[in-house]
Ligand binder design. Structure first.
Ligand SMILES: Nc1ncnc2c1ncn2[C@@H]1O[C@H](COP(=O)(O)OP(=O)(O)OP(=O)(O)O)[C@@H](O)[C@H]1O
Ligand SMILES: [Mg+2]
Length: 202
């Protein structure tokens, strides 16, 4: 069964789409798990708290290591076991988030990010990556009343670079990417995404 990841800048609608997708999968009686990064395991959730804490100062290189550590436990403890029991896996964020944020967003060489992550993901790449593409100004508006985490506080310019980075990744990995206009109604987005997921379900 497919391993599907959702990517996109902060507030692009990943969690919203995933909650609607869940309803769809339940309706179709399909066996699935949903996970999020960073987090999803006891160690991963602790790393998440560290990473998102506005009081912590963490360099981009340190971020690469911390995200990769969280990813490593998630792959080993949750994703690989779910794959062996033929479940559909949906992950909010994965390797491409590190490439987009720490790489394109903050200037860490992509080769370094691949090198650190290769042992963490044990060669597990997604079958499908859904990119919720949207202008960061719209997301700022969506998130204006939310309490911001450390990454979100870094601002609009970072989000703009990250968006461009994601679009470059979508070019590089054309065959596994589906780029969706994330300004559409959530239900419309899910219909579009579902059409693609259907083709991957055995
Ligand atoms: N398609 C949409 N149209 C309008 N508003 C939306 C849409 N999708 C999500 N929203 C709203 O935008 C906000 C952010 O959505 P959501 O939490 O799903 O984004 P996210 O990508 O998961 O964010 P994060 O990166 O913080 O996890 C929420 O208030 C949500 O209701
Ligand atoms: Mg979310």
């Amino acid at each position: 069964m497919p391993f599907i990841t959702l990517e996109g800048i902060d507030g692009s609608g990943k969690s919203t789409v995933i909650s609607l997708l869940k309803e769809k999968l339940i309706e179709k009686s399909l066996d699935f798990i949903v996970v999020r990064e960073p987090g999803g395991t006891p160690i991963g959730e602790k790393i998440r708290t560290l990473l998102l804490d506005p009081r912590c100062s963490i360099s981009p290189i340190e971020e690469v290591y911390l995200y990769a550590s969280s990813r490593a436990t998630l792959v080993r403890e949750v994703i690989l076991p779910a794959l062996s029991s033929s479940k559909i896996i949906i992950s909010e964020r994965y390797l491409d988030s590190s490439l987009a944020y720490q790489g394109y967003g903050k200037g860490v060489p992509l080769s370094f990010i691949y090198e650190v992550n290769r042992p963490a993901i044990m060669d597990l790449y997604p079958d499908l990556t859904i990119l919720l593409d949207i202008d960061p100004n719209i997301c700022m508006e969506r998130l204006k009343n939310k309490k911001k985490d450390r990454i979100e506080l870094e601002g609009l310019n970072l989000q703009k670079r990250v968006r461009c980075g994601y679009l470059k990744l979508a070019e590089i990995y054309k065959e596994r990417y589906l780029v969706v206009d994330a300004t559409k109604e959530p239900q419309g987005i899910v219909e579009e995404v579902w059409e693609r997921i259907r083709t991957l379900i055995r």
